[in-house]
Design a protein around this ligand. Structure first.
Ligand SMILES: Nc1ncnc2c1ncn2[C@@H]1O[C@H](COP(=O)(O)OP(=O)(O)OP(=O)(O)O)[C@@H](O)[C@H]1O
Ligand SMILES: [Mg+2]
Length: 268
């Protein structure tokens, strides 16, 4: 059996939900260091709940959830994990600039009350440039468009240079050129060894980066294998690596996964 320290994410019979109600049930999932995983599934299937459970933002009602070898909520250095939430509102009360918001991501790595040093400012600048917003650095985030604000959140996560990057719909509402730019950045951080877990309805732009997919269907994992297998629609309760896992590293050039095809996995 593989020791847990070798895995970036490890769920065993995980039940995750809100209050006492499990939305995600009986999930087994292991993501090894350096893997790039797509989490697919129809609206309301539990993808966000699954991601939030890993981060301690939704309640783990049963089973085991480990991130980077630590039980959920016990990871001391939170900066090792980056997170791009699906929904956010940038509060207008305190007008934070792009630089300030992205710097918060860097502070997460340093720990509270540590000052940013030159290297940190460089990391912040690089993260903002990576999402194509270098020329908006000093602008209030609230004055940016929705898609630009999502890109700020991606930069905030990148700035920490996390070992594990969990992104919930990072490309939603983001234009094609920026999606391509994001794919390039994610390709780079993936090549550098960062583990990626990306919830998405649009694997197209990220197909060259994401090699493995799980499909969440009504709170359970109905498919786990190469991204292409999820796309062909044969993932109907076809779980486990028995046939497809051997093809890890598979890449696809003409991705067609969409919310529509993901929905079709659950039956017509
Ligand atoms: N904060 C919450 N409190 C109670 N129930 C919630 C909460 N957030 C989500 N749920 C419920 O959990 C279920 C799954 O929601 P979730 O957001 O995980 O789905 P999703 O797969 O991410 O969907 P989408 O593709 O629309 O983002 C839904 O039925 C939803 O109503
Ligand atoms: Mg969601």
């Amino acid at each position: 059996m593989t020791p847990s320290s070798s895995d970036a994410v490890r769920l065993r019979d995980a039940h995750i939900g809100y209050d006492d109600v499990a939305v995600v049930a009986g999930v087994d999932l292991t993501v090894r260091h350096g893997e790039a995983l797509a989490v697919l599934g129809s609206n309301g299937s539990g993808k966000t709940t699954l991601a939030r459970g890993m981060l301690g933002l939704a309640t783990v009602l049963g089973g085991d959830v480990e991130l980077l070898g630590a039980p959920v909520g016990r990871l001391r250095d939170r900066g090792r994990v980056g997170y791009v939430p699906q929904r956010h509102t940038v509060s207008g009360a305190v007008p934070a600039t792009v630089r300030e918001v992205v710097s918060v991501g860097r502070l997460a790595r340093l720990g509270l009350f540590r000052r940013l040093r030159a290297a940190d400012r460089v990391a912040v600048g690089e993260a903002v440039a990576a999402v194509g917003l270098a020329d908006r650095m000093e602008e209030p985030v609230a004055s940016l468009s929705g898609g630009q604000q999502r890109r700020v959140l991606v930069a905030r996560a990148l700035a920490a240079q996390p070992e594990l990057l969990i992104m919930d719909e990072p490309t939603a509402g983001v234009d094609a050129a920026s999606q391509d730019a994001l794919a390039e950045v994610l390709g780079r951080v993936s090549a550098a060894g960062t583990t990626l877990l990306v919830v998405t309805h649009e694997t197209g732009p990220l197909a060259s980066v994401l090699t493995r997919a799980v499909v969440v269907d009504q709170g359970r994992i109905s498919y786990d294998g190469p991204l292409a297998g999820a796309e062909t629609g044969h993932g109907d309760h076809h779980c486990g690596p028995e046939d497809d896992g051997a093809r890890a590293g598979y890449r696809m050039d003409q991705p067609t996964v969409s919310a529509r095809s993901a929905r079709s996995l659950g039956g017509r």
